[in-house]
Design a protein around this ligand. Sequence first.
Ligand code: GLU
Length: 408
Amino acid sequence: MSLLQSALTRLEEAARVAGVSPETLLILQNPEREIGVHIPVRMDDGTLRKFRGFRVQWSSARGPYKGGIRYAPTVDLDEVQSLALWMTIKCAVADIPLGGGKGGVEVDPKKLSHAELERLTRGFARAIAPVIGPDRDIPAPDVGTSGETMRWIADEYGKIVGRPEPAVVTGKPLNAGGSAGREAATGQGGLYILQALQERLGKSAEETTIAVQGFGNVGYHFARLARAAGHRVIAVSDSRGGVAVNSGSLEPEALMEGKKATGELPMPPQGKRVTNAELLEISCDVLVPAGVENQITEENAGRIKARLVLELANGPTTPEADAILEKRGVTVVPDVLANSGGVIVSYFEWLQNREGRVWEEREVNERLRQTILAALKAMQKLKEEKKTSFRTAAYAVALTRLEEALRG
Ligand code: GLU
């Protein structure tokens, strides 16, 4: 099954549970617009290469399209479509007045120089400029992109329209119109959800063990904040592999320092190396996939030992794995809720840019906490009413809100 097919299967199931009309489902089954572009880039050695890029605008029923831009060698239309649909659901679950979209470029950013990446990004910005804008479609970072990528897009877009237009993208660096708290927001939102669900685990934060797969922006900040809140982070991994401890906790900040210095996660005191596959199956209370999609599958779901899976990546669990985990009593907090902290603070950044105001980090985090916990509550209410999984309940909350918007 392709990624999009599995996303649509979940949408259809939730539509039945939510009782939305066949017409609502029909409208939400396809993107409103999708564009494919070819970006010629002058490489440092003087040759010209072309890169394939996409922007998919799934739904504007609730507001301008919103969603990240991914740079990865795996990017194709199927992946970007799925991510755009998930953004539509995510923004509706969070109840922020934005629609869903996503972009991507088929490229391994690690293989390009800084200058080549800048030229590629500016080329992509020119290619999608006619369909983005603060009232139209607002990109943000995703896997393989960063605040700097957003700064280049905002700058290029500003040149095209002839005025500064920082609200065209979010996730910008602080000195380019970014928001306090945005970089850590996905991890912070995930921690608020975990803290709200702590009771389900029947143990204190200090007793709770966490394994984090993915040590990029999202995984790192989540691990750092969870550790600071007293949790035991017993394993983390990145694309090259992971490290774990049998007792005590890893120190995410020290791990990041080591990783920055050598490119690899350093061996912690009394630690051991683990593979990504081993990390997923490690004995822990909470498993946090924070990398890419399709990590928990039919093949390994039976061996997951965590009691709670907090999906900070988009699409880490396949529908087949979902069914296995549910049967085994493992709670899965779905991506569209668990990782919505990023887009929630993106919304705050957009608001600040448009109002010409700057919020303090404390205010950003407090509003994030309120927004994400309200989403959790709405999902839990529907879950109890319909006796369904967290994922289906989250999709159903979103579908009900989307239907209201579509009816006008
Ligand atoms: N790429 C992030 C996501 O998948 C953030 C999107 C945004 O802030 O627009 O949720």
